[in-house]
Ligand binder design. Structure first.
Ligand code: CP
Length: 297
């Protein structure tokens, strides 16, 4: 699974249904030995850990892979690393890599790959857990208004969420510094000033400012100014619709994208998203492995 946008509506709904069942306690275990490994070439807390938990819940054998202690450091290529793991007996890899579309390198290797994030490209498991969180709340996507705010240009979540939400019938708005907009934002959404957007939306999806992907801008960036001009301040939160929810893929820059005291407020679903991440990833793993012929009971 590389990009959520490549999935049909039926496939998305199937993943959401399975994730929902797992969240309600459904148990499913692999019938045979299946070996999986998680290769994170970029840092991660949520994605890597929740894939690990999801894999163990499904009865998979998780083979640790520490990029920093691997032969990657001797110059071994990504292709050779994955080909090697396949030869050793790994059936599925979850990979996060800074290179966009890194997965195109693996054509010809008979192994399941789940994209744990490719540069500023895509983050499909985050998309599915986000959709799950929205659906749990509203029971639908059609007609919902979703605002995506912040560092759109450097986010692998923003455009893929926007694309798939539009496909499912939601109306998408963007806000934040215009220099951080890209073509995807223009195609998939409508720009609104944060103070207009905040009153409109059912879902407010805040994005982390990805300083690690900025170069010259880091020097000039003022967290206080950003918060005041584009962030979810305590004053702005009061203007949100009664049942509107706040989401953020995290990690969070507290006091920048969102006021510290709002991170765990009543309408925040930020930690719910993390909880749902395990169930969404169970559904993704099981589906990918079943496509390869593995069976679960
Ligand atoms: N949301 C997310 O991808 O978090 P991590 O970078 O911690 O995996």
């Amino acid at each position: 699974m590389f990009r959520t946008a490549d999935l049909s509506v039926e496939e998305i709904n199937n993943l959401l249904q399975q994730a929902g069942e797992f969240s309600k306690g459904k148990v499913s275990k692999a019938k045979t030995e299946i070996f999986v490994s998680n290769l994170f070439f970029e840092d991660s807390t949520r994605t890597k850990t929740s894939f690990d938990v999801a894999q163990r819940k499904l009865g998979l054998h998780v083979v640790p892979f520490d990029v920093s202690a691997s032969s990657v450091n001797k110059g071994e290529s990504l292709y050779d690393t994955v080909k090697t793991l396949k030869s050793i007996g790994i059936d599925l890899c979850v990979i996060r890599h800074k290179k966009e579309k890194y997965y195109n390198e693996f054509e010809g290797i008979d192994i399941s790959i789940i994209n744990g994030g490719d540069g500023t490209g895509n983050h499909p498991s985050q998309n599915i857990l986000d959709l799950m969180t929205i659906h749990q709340e509203f029971g639908k996507f059609n007609g919902l208004k979703v605002g995506i705010v912040g560092d759109v240009k450097h986010s692998r979540v923003a455009n893929s969420n926007a694309e798939v939400l539009r496909k499912l019938g939601s109306k998408v708005y963007f806000s934040g510094p215009e220099k951080w907009f890209d073509e995807g934002a223009i195609i998939n959404g409508t720009y609104l000033d944060i103070d207009d957007l905040i009153k409109e939306v059912d879902v407010l999806m805040l994005l982390r400012i990805q300083h690690e992907r900025h170069d010259e801008e880091k020097v000039k960036f003022s967290p206080e100014k950003y918060h005041k001009k584009f962030g979810l301040t305590v004053e702005r939160e009061k203007k949100m619709k009664k049942n509107a929810i706040i989401m953020h893929p995290a990690p969070i820059n507290r006091g920048v994208e969102i006021a510290d005291e709002l991170v765990e407020c009543k309408r925040s679903r930020i930690f719910k998203q993390m909880e749902n991440g395990v169930f969404a990833r169970m559904a993704i793993l099981k589906t990918a492995l079943e496509e390869k012929g593995f069976e679960f009971k």
